[in-house]
Ligand binder design. Structure first.
Ligand SMILES: NC(=O)c1ccc[n+]([C@@H]2O[C@H](COP(=O)([O-])OP(=O)(O)OC[C@H]3O[C@@H](n4cnc5c(N)ncnc54)[C@H](O)[C@@H]3O)[C@@H](O)[C@H]2O)c1
Length: 457
């Protein structure tokens, strides 16, 4: 079995935080800035580690002491306390010294948000939530005002009362978040159905009948990155040797660095973030099992890295073939109208064509294997994922197949996003057409909204 371990979620969360800082605060680096969130579970537990790599201060609330202790023992949080005053003292000290620090608060996130509201000074710049709101009444979200143990008992003995407590808690949480947002904090939904459940609870989260007041991370943050063609490229050294992975890290880092120096302004920042990641990847010790790595790259980067890896195999510099793949949470890999395709705003985000086309196109362009399947977690019944794997065995054929497949695998989604009118995607596909005169992509013909409205009113 090929196993990427926790680095997929750590890398993706790091990029989300870095790009949130860039987009919402206009900052390319986050020292002394504070990110407040919740959840130290399966996926959410990546948040403090990612915040540290991104160079900010994080405070993450977790009601389950077992989950919080696991992250402390693992070294993914620096401090664990159930004392809110201690949290605040730590935050103020880290801010004043611009010290990178991850704080876990053992308690309910509602109490944490209200503590920040009570402070005269705004001590938080970025905020989110990663409780399991996709399962909000079944233990995914713990209500404020009762202990973790009491909440579990009420959930089993009196589900109606539990539902009432959860919805009251969501309303309190949104009230605190809104108070801080009105003072300048930027909040986003983390793909966990938080805003959706808060709206069902009657919390003040709607801008109008169909739009939330706060953005969703895939739509607003990752969507911009996907539209540039950047997504979670992965590889595995089948030799199982850590020195082979270290060599591939160096080779991929050199390629990132060289592409950053030649790249346009939009993609340059992405290459720089990814260079930072790959340079530190070894020291963060995120490999568990397979000697595997994840690195966000665009079609140019993925192709260059795959070609260089194929050469390493051919020249015997690594002790076995290298397999390339990617996460489904990518430019073209998933159709999911409330997540990955949510920034395709021409109405076609509700169709399920892109992942299927990728699955078929990757197969034709000789992927070693392909997959087409339903999404997991929030994606069950709401997403289609297409994926691939390709073995680089050092032959010329493998190198050519990889370049052909990766070109399709990334640019199919960019073309799709461009046709819906996404500015980053249009820019990227126009650049791709300049580099390859054989590539012909239909671009959208835009009309002024006022002309369109005039036709119907
Ligand atoms: N950001 C992403 O990239 C991403 C990816 C996949 C899934 N998700 C979504 O994020 C959510 C979390 O995923 P997970 O795997 O970490 O789930 P999880 O259930 O393992 O972790 C959630 C944690 O939140 C804690 N929690 C619940 N209510 C709380 C409260 N009021 N205050 C403090 N802590 C509370 C729980 O004790 C739990 O440990 C899910 O809805 C998931 O679908 C996000």
């Amino acid at each position: 079995m090929l196993d990427i371990g926790p680095q997929g979620i750590v890398h993706g969360t790091t990029l989300t935080i870095l790009n949130a800082g860039r987009k919402y605060l206009g900052l390319n680096e986050l020292s002394g800035k504070v990110f407040v969130t919740s959840g130290l579970g399966g996926m959410s537990g990546a948040q403090p580690k990612a915040s540290t790599i991104a160079g900010c201060i994080s405070v993450t609330a977790e009601v389950d002491l077992k989950a919080a202790t696991k992250r402390l023992n693992q070294g993914w949080v620096d401090v664990l306390t159930s004392d809110l005053d201690e949290v605040m003292t730590n935050v103020k000290e880290a801010r004043s010294h611009k010290k990178v620090l991850s704080i876990a608060y053992h308690g309910n996130v509602v109490d944490l948000w209200e503590k920040f509201v009570a402070e005269p000074e705004l001590l938080v710049e970025l905020g989110s939530d990663q409780t399991s709101c996709h399962n909000v009444f079944g233990g995914g979200y713990y209500p404020a005002g009762v202990s973790f143990e009491q909440a579990n008992e009420i959930m089993h003995k009196d589900p109606e009362e539990f539902k009432r407590l959860v919805q009251a808690s969501l309303r309190r949480q949104v009230k605190a978040i809104s108070a801080l947002a009105s003072r300048g904090m930027r909040f986003w939904d983390y793909g966990n159905a938080f805003l959706f459940e808060a709206s069902r609870a009657g919390a003040d989260v709607m801008k109008d009948a169909t739009h939330f007041k706060y953005p969703s991370y895939v739509q607003d943050i990752m969507g911009d990155i996907f539209s540039l063609g950047f997504g979670p490229f992965r590889w595995v050294c089948t030799s199982g040797k850590s020195e082979d992975l270290a060599l591939t890290d160096r080779v991929a880092g050199d390629i990132c660095s060289s592409l950053a120096s030649k790249s346009n302004e939009r993609s340059k920042k992405q290459y720089e973030d990814n260079l930072k990641w790959i340079e530190q990847a070894g020291e963060h010790k995120l490999v568990v099992g397979s000697q595997a790595r994840i690195l966000y790259s665009d079609h140019i980067g993925r192709s260059a890295i795959a070609s260089a890896f194929n050469e390493l195999v051919k020249e015997g510099k690594v002790a076995g073939p290298i397999v390339i793949s990617r996460d489904h949470h990518d430019v073209s890999g998933t159709d999911s109208p409330y997540r990955e395709t949510s920034n395709i705003e021409d109405g076609s985000q509700f169709t399920s064509d892109m992942a299927v086309q990728n699955f078929v196109g990757d197969a034709i362009r000789t992927a070693t294997w392909v997959a087409l399947h339903n999404g997991g977690g929030v994606g069950v019944g709401m997403a289609i994922n297409g994926g691939h794997g390709l073995v680089l065995d050092g032959t010329e054929e493998a190198g050519a197949n990889a370049r052909s497949m990766l070109y399709w695998d990334v640019l199919n989604g960019v073309a799709r996003r461009a046709f819906s009118g996404n500015e980053n995607a249009e820019f990227t596909i126009e650049e791709a057409m300049k580099l390859n005169p054989q590539l012909e992509i239909t671009l959208p013909v835009k009309c002024d909204d006022s002309v369109l409205h005039g036709l119907f009113h």
